[in-house]
Design a protein around this ligand. Structure first.
Ligand code: SF4
Length: 192
């Protein structure tokens, strides 16, 4: 376990190698699982703001559910998470021509239609953050749907923390990430 300020970082995040391989997993993390994507407090308002911009990309089932319960709900752990259809697909999913599941919000962001990319928990996945009273724990949520990403990561020798540099900087800032890089290179020296 590494510590930077009030974050505790699992060694898996520097030891394990990972690159999402969408051609094989088809974006399954937006579909599988029994809860929606965790939202930070301010993100609920962001989702409401972006909703009209992405509405036409959403499935009729998603539109119906949003009309009934909104873009988010409180899950069994008490967390505010994105709404999901029949316990599976996030309401913000859409599909590209290759049948790969994509985030409609990220699609709008890449097309320059919004400045909000997607919830930071989605951006950080497969790192999951658990908040405690005095610290946050960052763990690699290892899941069989990401098997192809581990294989590609090993082939390209890219550690998870490097693959997720952008979302880690988004969440914790440049200085925090530089410290993580230092800790990782110290760790690599001792274990390389
Ligand atoms: S996190 Fe896993 S399931 Fe999601 S896109 Fe990456 S490899 Fe695929």
């Amino acid at each position: 376990m590494l510590q930077i300020g009030d974050t505790l970082i699992s060694l898996d995040i520097i030891e394990r190698q990972f690159i999402c391989d969408l051609s094989l997993c088809k974006g399954a993390c937006c579909i599988e699982g029994d809860s929606g994507a965790p939202l930070e407090k301010h993100e609920l308002a962001e989702l409401q703001k972006v909703l009209p911009l992405v509405w036409d990309d959403l499935s009729p089932e998603a539109q119906e559910l949003i009309n009934k319960q909104g873009v988010a709900y409180i899950d069994s752990d008490g967390d505010v998470v994105t709404s999901i259809i029949n316990g599976k697909d996030c309401v913000f999913t859409c599909y590209d021509e290759k049948g790969i599941c994509k985030c409609a919000i990220e699609k709008a962001y890449r097309e320059g239609r919004t400045k909000f990319m997607k919830p930071v928990s989605c951006h950080l996945y497969p790192i999951r953050v658990t908040k405690y009273a005095t610290f946050s724990a960052l763990n690699y949520n290892r899941w069989k749907i990401c098997k192809a990403a581990e294989i590609l990561g090993q082939k390209e020798k890219l550690p998870l923390y490097k693959f997720l540099k952008d979302p880690l900087v988004r969440k914790y800032g440049e200085a925090w990430y530089e410290e993580l890089e230092l800790c990782a290179s110290e760790w690599e020296k001792g274990n390389g």
